[in-house]
Design a protein around this ligand. Sequence first.
Ligand code: FAD
Length: 323
Amino acid sequence: MSVLVLVEGLNGEIKKSSLEAASYGSQVAKELGTTATALAIGEVHEDALAKLGEQGISRVLYDNDPRLNNFVTEAYVKVIAKAAAQENSKVIIFSNTNIGAAVGSRLAVRLNGSLATNVTQLPKINGNSFTVTRGVFSGKAFADVELTSDVKIIAVKKNSIEITNQGGTATVEKFSADLTDADFAAAPKETVMQDTDGGVLLPEAEIVVSGGRGLKGPENWHLIEDLAKALGAATACSKPVADIGWRPHHEHVGQTGITVSPNLYIAVGISGAIQHLAGVNSSKVIVVINKDPEAPFFKAADYGIVGDALEVVPKLIEAAKAL
Ligand code: FAD
């Protein structure tokens, strides 16, 4: 039996969140005295797959059926289930991405397994029992959950696990789940990739610069964009900013938007309402810029600047450019 890790590709490379899942999976495999096998679905460069050896993956199963280049829930679940059966994998690991969230529960039903999402630490293993720690209540608390079923499915929270680099190369083997047209009956008609204009994709970003209503209007948004560019960051916004139409909705973070957990989240002119914090409070370092010293966001901040964003941000841009 091997531990199976689902890895996701982006522009042919492995997503950082999947490298975290691979690192997690190989450490679990080591603890269990077995090996970790990765499963890659869709278009990923084979040399990127072989490099998963650095994260302790020994073999990669690669299903490059072109119909899988865009995510199709039922088809992906079938591929993962077939790979798990072939490898006799009782432990299946992936990242808590949108794809992970979509396949996790279906896979658990299909394999009669238990599922833990948002997992932040390696499991404590005691025989057939795994105790995992997972974030709950929008990251406000942690719960220890015991998984005792035969098949255990763990979705690792992004940015919770260090990416290991132990050298080594994984062998890459072609894999096919013999999918039929019926498996693609619910495939989306068209998938449009977000245009990042050469910038960084928000869910994958290590640094996020985010703006709220304190920016006053879209005419000041260049401050957010210029700071993001200087730092190699993605841009984001609060919900009202997207609702008013200053920014597109795919940039809105929070309870009803995207959840991000970058290493650095810079909030400019955002009050820090609980619904906003729900999407950002697992960021490693939070910097808040707000002219109101009583703004709630300061309670969640690691660093704060009390001041007018229109004066503070240009200075930060200059400083970042000088780095
Ligand atoms: P405001 O609340 O208007 O705050 C603006 C801030 O900018 C203030 O703190 C002010 O002091 C500061 N400011 C003003 N001028 C300046 C200046 N010149 N320089 C510096 N600072 C300045 N919100 C989200 O963001 N994401 C969500 O997913 C989300 N989901 C929601 C779901 C529900 C069910 C509900 C009810 C609400 C949701 N909200 C969400 C809305 C949320 O409650 C807040 O209303 C929203 O986050 C506030 O956005 P804001 O901070 O940009 O604006």
